[in-house]
Design a protein around this ligand. Structure first.
Ligand SMILES: Nc1nc2c(c(=O)[nH]1)N[C@H]1C(S)=C(S)[C@@H](COP(=O)(O)O)O[C@H]1N2
Ligand SMILES: [Mo]
Length: 387
């Protein structure tokens, strides 16, 4: 039962925190008084429609499609299953779109800067356990082409009657993938804006597949019919440069799933004046994200000479007082910091470059794509004045 709606289809809530507040230790967020650090307390919001406030006591999640037993699970039923916790980065596929738009060419989509990502702790049953309870009924030779579709029917969205997404069944059934039906975020029940009472969390996969206010799960041989699976969130080839041309391509290009290795420079901020220390160094900080299931991040390097030489940064995986002991960090972001020597001058740029465990290395600049998704060029703070 929906008790009220906040925002609207015409004007959904879309916001990102300031980058410095995401990567700096213990800076209070202006809006919520939350303190971000390794675990993000005040993350971005991305909605394609209003935010529903759902009654957790009556809400049900259905499990249908190619299963032996269709299920209708209450929140209490989901709580009764074994609970799993994952700390993972969850990012919008459009994170850093502003950089693609300004560095390469105009793209279509919300002007996200580098803050459409959060690193949170999520708790709930594994999707795999829920699917096993229902019993997946897919013929052996069809297993590799099956999908799990998630839907939220609470409100219409900007381009569709509902919000939906799907992921490959093989990924869902892999225990290591840590795909959850999250009931808690950072040890508290989910807040309405992040999907209360239950949302999907797909570590390593574009945020668009982490369906909030989850109503239904379906095992099927086709991908979700949602606009957001079929006509959005795809890396179109560079020759597609208009809405009209895109029409001929949506059906031919795979849906974006795994996100690429990435890093950004959060401090200093582009365009700022930075005072050098007596030893001629300045402090540089940022975050880094592994590619898909290839985490964790193993290296971040910083360059102050346009990429000719690089200095390795220190990876800060957790902070004291934050209980990340015994928690797998494969899906998490890495916060990093380094002191680098830099000459005095104007219009200085600092680059960052991340490497993950599987050896994926961030490249200087990826190819342009019409929707400006999955941008992962070098992190960059530019236009700095060093004094
Ligand atoms: N039901 C529903 N789920 C949704 C969305 C939405 O609009 N409706 N947006 C998706 C997108 S594009 C992203 S990036 C993430 C954002 O999650 P957040 O708002 O908790 O940051 O939720 C995903 N799940
Ligand atoms: Mo997104």
């Amino acid at each position: 039962m929906v008790q009220k709606l906040e925002y609207s289809v015409e004007e959904p809530l879309n916001r990102e925190p300031e980058l410095e507040k995401l990567v700096e230790r213990f800076i209070r967020s202006h809006n919520t008084n939350a303190v971000n650090s390794f675990i993000t307390k005040d993350g971005y919001d991305r909605n394609h429609g209003p935010i529903p406030h759902i009654d957790a006591n009556t809400h049900k999640v259905s499990v249908t499609g190619l299963v032996n037993n269709e299920l209708s699970l209450s929140i209490a039923d989901l709580q009764a299953l074994p609970q799993h916790t994952v700390i993972c980065a969850l990012q919008c596929a459009g994170n850093r779109r502003h950089t693609m738009r300004t560095k390469l060419k105009e793209v279509s989509g919300i002007d996200w800067f580098d803050g459409a990502v959060m690193n949170c702790k999520w708790t709930g049953p594994l999707l795999k356990d829920v699917l096993e309870k229902a019993g997946v009924k897919v013929e052996e030779n069809k297993l590799s082409e099956a999908h799990v579709a998630f839907s939220c029917y609470q409100t219409p969205t900007q381009e569709d009657e509902f919000y939906g997404a799907s992921i490959p069944l093989s990924r869902a059934m892999d225990r290591e993938s840590s795909i959850l039906l999250a009931l808690q975020m950072n040890d508290k029940p989910l807040p309405p804006n992040h999907g209360a009472p239950v949302r999907v969390v797909t570590p390593g996969i574009a945020g668009a597949r982490s369906v909030k206010w989850l109503d239904s799960i379906s095992v099927q041989l086709t991908e979700s019919k949602s606009h957001y699976q079929q006509h959005d969130y795809k890396v179109l080839p560079p020759e597609v440069d208009s809405k009209e041309k895109a029409e001929g391509y949506w059906g031919k290009v795979d849906a974006l799933q795994d996100m690429p290795v990435n890093s950004v420079v959060g401090i200093p901020k582009s365009g700022s004046t930075v005072q050098r220390d007596t030893d001629g160094t300045i402090e540089v900080k940022g975050y880094a994200l592994p590619s898909g299931a290839d985490g964790p991040i193993v290296k971040v390097e910083v360059s102050v000479d346009g990429g000719a030489t690089w200095t390795e940064a220190e990876l800060i995986k957790a902070y004291e007082g934050e209980d990340t002991k015994d928690v797998e960090l494969k899906w998490a972001w890495a916060l990093w910091k380094v002191r680098v020597k830099v000459e005095k001058g104007k219009d200085i740029a600092i680059y960052s470059r991340a490497t993950d465990k599987s050896g994926n290395v961030q490249e200087k600049c990826p190819k342009w794509n019409f929707r400006g998704v999955a941008y992962n060029g070098y992190g960059e703070a530019s236009g700095l004045e060093i004094v």
